[in-house]
Design a protein around this ligand. Structure first.
Ligand code: PLP
Length: 385
């Protein structure tokens, strides 16, 4: 079936970029497990020459992700970090980037420990109030980098507000949409230049693959990103492309349940006497709840909280006492996970900076899965003690 933007999200999640295999009628896109393609004459081929550049399973996936992000173009990479790496390679030595201060630790590590050595300058700014960004803009600024909701504090950044600054100053705006997924938020519609995903998370959805993706409406940026992907080679294999393509077919159904379970768990934790601060954008008293409501179609299943007394030992005890929630890195899969950002996902951020942004010793992060909500709540109740 060929889809258009008139089709609903669920129809596009299942069909976009995909049509029955012309040689057999197979309804599922074949896993084109090949590194090369036969040519009739040198340079005369069916659009595929060598699989680092293009693979049909990957192309179907790229078209499907692009459709879900309302984008003209999509590209897949071997990990979310591979996608981010390609985006930063659009820059040149001396260029400056202004990024969210509450950022995935791996992104922070790549910016400060890899790209800083190549002369790219990063500023980390609390974007809760977008006007803070203006203070750091100078004639070398090229890119604004936003994660919203942020990892792990679930801060909400006003994408339209940042996009207005980007447009006025002619800067690229990159939005990491991993936490929301395209089912809840479409940053390109709000003015972003590039959307980036760790497809490892909600897009794949089953904790069985590592992958990244970029989407853009800008032809020139797409051409440059595709050039970087082919030149540097961080591309995913056909089997992984198939797994994410299959995962996408249930994205809308899964994320609906993640949102329902996230709400039930957040409400339970909010009234628990051992919880100090709870971070979930669905509560009306969340500092940017109104913005979350205006740019997201639901509040998701990611929650973080601190414990009263802020004890590291107590956080470790809880994280190792859950039975349905597994203690593990990552998020966005069907199964519920619990993590300790200060020593796991955010260990590469210096303690002083981490604590300044609110990532305290007792902060725990939940990726609420799609099991039965009652079982999830009972598990947290027993683990809190
Ligand atoms: N962006 C966010 C918000 C993440 O949480 C992660 C990984 O946890 C990444 C990017 C990096 O993605 P990957 O692990 O697929 O390289």
């Amino acid at each position: 079936m060929s889809t258009s933007n008139d089709h609903g999200f669920g129809t596009r999640a299942i069909h976009a970029g995909q049509s029955p295999d012309p040689s057999t009628g197979a309804i599922m896109t074949p896993i084109y497990q090949t590194s090369t393609y036969v040519q009739e004459l040198p340079g005369k081929h069916k659009g595929y020459a060598y699989a680092r550049g293009k693979n049909p399973t990957r192309v179907a996936l790229e078209q499907c992700i692009a459709s879900l992000e309302n984008a003209k173009h999509g590209l897949c990479f071997s990990s979310g970090q591979g996608a981010e790496d390609a985006i930063i390679k659009l820059l040149r030595p001396g260029d400056e980037v202004i990024a969210t201060d509450d950022l995935y630790g791996g992104s922070y590590r790549m910016f400060t420990k890899v790209f800083a050595h190549y002369g790219i300058v990063f500023h980390f700014v609390n974007m809760h109030d977008v006007n803070e960004i203006n203070k750091h803009i100078n004639d070398k600024t090229r890119m604004l980098w936003v994660e919203t909701p942020t990892n792990p504090l679930m801060k909400i950044i006003d994408i339209r507000g940042v996009a207005a600054i980007a447009q006025a100053k002619k800067l690229m705006l990159v939005v990491d949409n991993t936490f929301a997924s395209p089912y809840l938020q479409n940053p390109l519609d709000l003015g972003a230049t590039i959307v980036v995903h760790s497809a490892t998370k909600y897009l794949g959805g089953h904790s069985d693959v590592v992958m990244g993706a970029t989407c853009t409406n800008d032809d020139k940026i797409q051409e440059e990103l595709a050039f970087i992907a082919n030149s540097c080679g961080a591309v995913p294999g056909p089997m992984d492309s198939f797994l994410v393509l299959r995962g996408l077919k249930t994205l809308h159904v899964r994320v609906q349940r993640h949102c329902e379970n996230g709400k039930a768990v957040a409400e339970f934790l909010k009234s628990h006497p051992k919880i100090d601060k709870l971070h979930w954008p669905g509560f009306p008293d969340h500092p940017n709840h109104a913005i979350a409501k205006s740019q997201m179609r639901g509040f998701g299943g990611m929650i973080s909280f601190t414990l009263k007394g802020d004890s590291l030992e107590e956080a470790f005890r809880m994280a190792s006492s859950t039975k349905v929630f597994s203690l593990a890195e990552s998020l966005g899969g069907v199964e519920s996970l619990i993590g300790h950002p200060a020593t796991m996902t955010h260990a590469s951020i210096p303690k002083e900076m981490r604590e300044k942004s609110g990532v305290l010793d007792s902060l725990l992060r939940l990726s609420v899965g799609i099991e039965d909500a009652n079982d999830l709540i009972a598990d947290l109740r027993q683990a809190l003690g």
